[in-house]
Design a protein around this ligand. Sequence first.
Ligand SMILES: [Fe+2]
Length: 385
Amino acid sequence: MEFKFLLPSKVVMEPGLRKRTGEYLQGLGLAHILIVTDPGVKGAGLLDSIYSSLDKAGILFEEVSNIMANPRSEDINQIAQSYRHKGIDGLLAVGGGSAMDAAKAISLLLTHNGRIEDYEGSFTLKHAIPPIVAIPTTAGTGSEVTCFSVITDTARHFKMSVLDYRVGPVLTLLDSQITDTLPSSIAAATGMDALTHAIEAYTCRVSNPISDGLALHAIRLIGQFLKPAVLDPENFVAREQMLVASLIAGMAFGNADVASVHCISEAIGGLYDTPHGVGNAIFLPFVFDHNRDADIVRHAQVAYALGIDHSLAPADAAQAAVGHLFQMTKDLGIPRFSEVKGVREEDFMIIAEKSKQNFSDASNAKAMSIEAYHAIITTAYHFAA
Ligand SMILES: [Fe+2]
């Protein structure tokens, strides 16, 4: 057995923790930071207590608050260009995966010349980069504990990845109250992203014993708490548990991989700007169904962790999990693939080809061909249940 396991981030969790951001950043020796966030987070007032704490700690801050879903390379390059010589010594990402991925890419470009596209791939960085502190505001991405940044290459309409230990946040502040006001539709999509991370980490070809334990626990937590967190927004315990579950799932897939669900979701995200969690939620049941006979035992373990009857034989449990996942997406109000904005059947071969080109294609439980991707995408489009 051979594996590596890395956690880039110290994790602290506490109700209302964002009010203490300044003292934590001071503890890291930071004096002039760049906040990277999105309009939804800013509009919800989630930054107000952070600003006060930074002022109190005497930390200068600048802010980029226009990060949108699926951050684009040309925007990242432009932002980095304007902050390169301003003495920024750290980044504070406040938001979901897009804000965190953008902060990672901007931080990289503060000490590296060129464009983010030049650093696509693994371990392409040449120098240290300013440390990143993450405050996740959704329970889904896990980006706060991963060492990669996913950015849409605008020219290629392709989601590219930059992987390096140095882009992993050094500190994650989990404020268990921060998702209290998260809209249900976002809680649903991001929660399904977290579930996909955990299931793909557990069933992919490059899992390891530590990621396995984390992934199964994340599946159990998400199976138990995602629906209450979405359907009953007053259930703050469920929301808190989802924040922990998504971080645990991030630790799992960050040290294993994701697989074909993400390959398809990233392809449609690059093409139609579909929210990442929505894409994953749509394709998770289909890919799980396609993959399950490649490793019945592991797919059955996923089923049991989701709460399916332990007395069912592994093959039956894995089959039951398919129906369970379909029901979850329905209960959570996830749209069907045919309802996704911009989707056209004539694009399906392009989506299949881009899925196959994805780095994580090789990690899928079952070897995938372009034709297999095309068949799954077509089946999902015509699925009417
Ligand atoms: Fe994801």
